[in-house]
Design a protein around this ligand. Structure first.
Ligand SMILES: *Cc1c(COP(=O)(O)O)cnc(C)c1O
Length: 390
């Protein structure tokens, strides 16, 4: 590179990434092919519009790129192009979610989403997010005793509040979501059902987690978490007389965005192909085995695991333990000093503040990509225990 300052910073970040154990549940390491597509000359092309109907000329090649990404997305999740549509242009997860609401929920109306502190995402209608300013959040959480979803309670709230859309799929929830139960609730209240599978899309792709597609009207996802692609997002919607997909496409462009990032779309296509392999299915299964090994060993060493364990790629550890332990921030700092990268996280009904909460969120996708297995995660749990008790 001619730009030595940026070259040096990239080299420094590469070195940092190599050195640490990365337990950030939303991060991963992409393949060389994904990086190559992302760093390609496709970034130079403008192409506002959709394949076959662009506002720019010279788009025959990028049309093929976008169509291939769409085809691979539908194939990966075994969806039929007659019943499902996919938009691969959203720039990231947050704008994808915003676009769905902007397309389908009148301003000022209601989005039912999980409270942030229980494991929901900002874009599920949280007040500090624009999704909570343009629309009104109908919050729901997890049960106090089990810290898991209580579908009866969710139904009660939905019947009372009549939200326009119900959002299922979270950033910090360690158990399998019952999408069928959410479908029944949506039907009982006349709401749309959106599943935000950003966190577990790779597990669905790898057949290690149930598919939300049989039950959802809309599925949104980031492509850079368990799916192991570039930083981007997709919106799937059912094709029927409600014309959800037409409304969503129009909201993305011209409503919200300009030119698609074809380099990112190409890199998504590469990741989707990689995810549709026996190796990736093995990877997805290993992610969960590793999370279970980490969770079980931490529990054995005396740490309280939120929700009582994990069925997915992540877990939350209550490190504060009602004052007997240490704060989440201090715990994350100590671990970082020792080369283990995690993030502090609230736990349901947290007695502490979101800036210095009671918990840590740990995830296994990144280190599983690097080839770690259960025995490595047992050792990582023991190291974490030692560091936190020092
Ligand atoms: C990560 C995430 C998002 C947002 O994705 P960004 O690409 O960071 O904007 C949205 N929803 C959920 C559930 C997520 O986990």
């Amino acid at each position: 590179m001619l730009d030595k300052q940026i070259e040096k910073l990239i080299a420094a970040e590469k070195k940092r990434q190599k050195k640490v154990i990365n337990l950030i549940a939303s991060e991963n390491y992409v393949s060389k092919d994904v990086l190559e597509a992302l760093g390609s000359i496709l970034t130079d092309k403008y192409g506002e519009g959709y394949p076959g109907r662009r506002y720019y000329r010279g788009t025959t090649v990028v049309d093929e790129v976008e169509l291939l990404a769409q085809k691979r997305a539908l194939e990966l999740f075994t969806l039929d192009a007659d019943t499902w549509s996919v938009n691969v242009q959203p720039l990231s997860g947050s704008p994808a979610n915003f676009a769905v609401y902007a397309a389908l929920v009148p301003q000022g109306e209601r989005i039912m989403g999980m409270t942030l502190s229980h494991g929901g995402h900002l874009t599920h209608g949280q007040s500090v997010s624009m999704t909570g300013k343009f629309w009104k959040q109908v919050p729901y959480g997890v049960a106090k005793d089990t810290e898991r979803l209580d579908y009866e309670e969710i139904k009660k709230i939905a019947l009372a509040e009549k939200p326009n859309i119900i959002v299922a799929g979270f950033t910090a929830y360690a158990h399998i979501v019952d999408f069928k139960a959410f479908r029944k609730i949506a039907d009982a209240t006349g709401a749309l059902l959106m599943v935000d599978m950003s966190h577990f899309a790779g597990l669905v792709a790898g057949r290690a987690y149930p598919s939300p597609f049989p039950y959802a009207d809309i599925v949104t996802t980031t492509t850079h978490k368990t799916l192991r692609g570039p930083r981007s997002a997709m919106i799937f919607s059912r094709k029927d007389e409600r014309k959800l997909h037409n409304k969503i496409d129009k909201t993305i462009l011209p409503g919200l965005q300009g030119g698609p990032h074809f380099n990112a779309i190409a890199a998504v296509a590469v990741a989707l192909k990689e995810a549709n392999t026996p190796e990736f299915r093995k990877y997805a299964a290993q992610i969960i085995k590793n999370a279970r090994a980490l969770s079980d060993e931490l529990a054995r060493l005396g740490w309280r695991i939120v929700e009582g364990g994990t069925e997915t790629h992540l877990l939350r550890v209550d490190v504060w333990q009602n004052g007997k332990g240490i704060g989440g921030r201090e715990a994350a700092d100590k671990l970082e000093e020792a080369g283990i990268i995690v993030n502090e996280n609230t736990i349901p009904n947290d007695a502490r503040s979101p800036i210095d909460p009671s918990g840590l969120r740990l995830g296994t996708p990144a280190e599983t990509t690097r080839g770690k297995t259960e025995k490595d995660f047992v050792k990582i749990a023991q190291r974490i225990d030692k560091i936190l008790r020092a």
